[in-house]
Design a protein around this ligand. Structure first.
Ligand code: FES
Length: 368
């Protein structure tokens, strides 16, 4: 019998994973429901993963000869740092997701960009009472946060309400039930849009009455919400009608699956123009330090658009300053940036910008 070799769990001796370190090797594929699978990856170089629960990574694939990108929230917890797990649902037009469901096999490797995003309870200083709300696939950041709380036995009062279409669509139910039954300060509730005969839990659209019934003190809780846009709008409507302090409300608001992420990276995104009056528009030079190219960019045009107009391919996904995919280091110059949470403060301090929502206010030099 071969000698058993234990992995090194002294993380000081190991390399921390970033997209540049190594591809990700798929080591496990698990059916979660009839149309949802979990894909677990490890670094090809055994690097470890450091991230905040709720953050995401962007897979970078070549499918049928086309470069495609797709951002996924990591469903696993950073407390289990040797792997990351992506849980996703088959979609009618989900190019990347459907390819993963149909073609990705254990042992295959995929390229991925660095982990980013700012939707994470661990990045805030939340109240000691927290409510997680998720609809459908919006469960993934909540799974990461629930696993994180459970592993760390944190002294927090956590309630989690998950909405699914039906009982058959409940993801990780056995695991959440286990947390609920073994940890006094973790409670989970499920709400099914359509109740089967065997379902004796809550059903229908989330309503104020339902919230009061399931979590009587919900207005005293810091709330994290993720799901389809109509779901989140409904949640906000309920909270506004209860005079909830919206400064305690956080949501993951982008639906990357339907964005430009799945398309070829080279296509032009239809990005909004920055509002600058005609008389104030200035033209600036954008120098790409690696290629030496110099582009012109108006102060009302995003840097990403001006790069794309030159036919240069650079990574982007949400085009709204949310996902962090277009993050680029600015070596010189100044910009005005309308980031919507896609850039960590620490990265901003290191000089990174999001090109999709940055507008030059001087000549700039990019590390591209
Ligand atoms: S493309 Fe998502 S932040 Fe720029």
């Amino acid at each position: 019998m071969k000698e058993l070799v234990f992995p090194d769990i002294n993380f000081d001796n190991l390399e921390r994973w970033t997209g540049d370190v190594s591809p990700l090797e798929c080591i496990l594929i698990k059916d979660e429901t009839h149309n949802v699978k979990s894909f677990t990856f490890k670094s090809k170089k055994d690097a470890w993963f450091q991230f905040f629960p709720g953050q995401h990574t962007t897979l970078f694939l070549n499918i049928d000869g086309k470069d495609v990108m797709r951002t996924y929230t990591i469903a696993s917890s950073p407390t289990r740092p040797n792997t990351i797990t992506i849980t996703n649902k088959r979609m009618q037009d989900g190019v990347v997701t459907n390819w993963m469901h149909d073609s990705l096999k254990v042992g295959d490797c995929v390229e991925a960009l660095d982990i980013g995003g700012s939707f994470s309870v661990a990045l805030d200083q939340p109240k000691p009472k927290i409510l997680l709300l998720s609809g459908g696939s919006g469960i993934t950041p909540m799974l990461s946060m629930s696993r994180y709380f459970f592993d760390l036995s944190m002294n927090l009062d956590l309630v989690f309400i998950h909405n699914a279409q039906s009982e058959n669509d409940l993801i990780a139910k056995a695991e959440l039930d286990y947390y609920d039954s073994t940890q006094d300060n973790f409670k989970r509730h499920y709400v099914c849009d359509v109740a089967s005969e065997s379902w004796d839990g809550a059903s229908g659209y989330l309503s104020e009455e339902m919230m009061v019934d399931l979590v009587p003190d919900f207005t005293e809780r810091e709330i994290y919400c993720c799901g389809p846009e109509p779901y989140m709008q409904n949640v906000k409507k309920i909270l506004n009608s209860c005079d909830y302090d919206m400064s305690l409300y956080h949501q993951e608001s982008f639906d990357i699956e339907s964005s430009t992420a799945q398309n070829n990276m080279a296509i032009d995104a239809d990005l909004p123009e920055h509002k600058v009056s005609e008389s104030e528009i200035n033209e600036y030079n954008v120098t790409l330090s690696k290629s030496g190219e110099v582009l012109q960019c108006g102060s009302n045009t995003s840097i990403l658009v001006s790069i794309q107009k030159q036919g240069i391919t650079v990574p982007f996904a949400c085009s709204q300053g949310l996902c962090g995919t277009c993050r680029t280091k600015m070596l010189d110059g100044t910009v005005e940036m309308d980031a919507q949470g896609g850039l960590l403060k620490s990265h901003e301090k290191e000089g990174y910008i999001l090109t999709c929502c940055s507008y030059p206010t001087s000549d700039i030099v990019l590390d591209l």
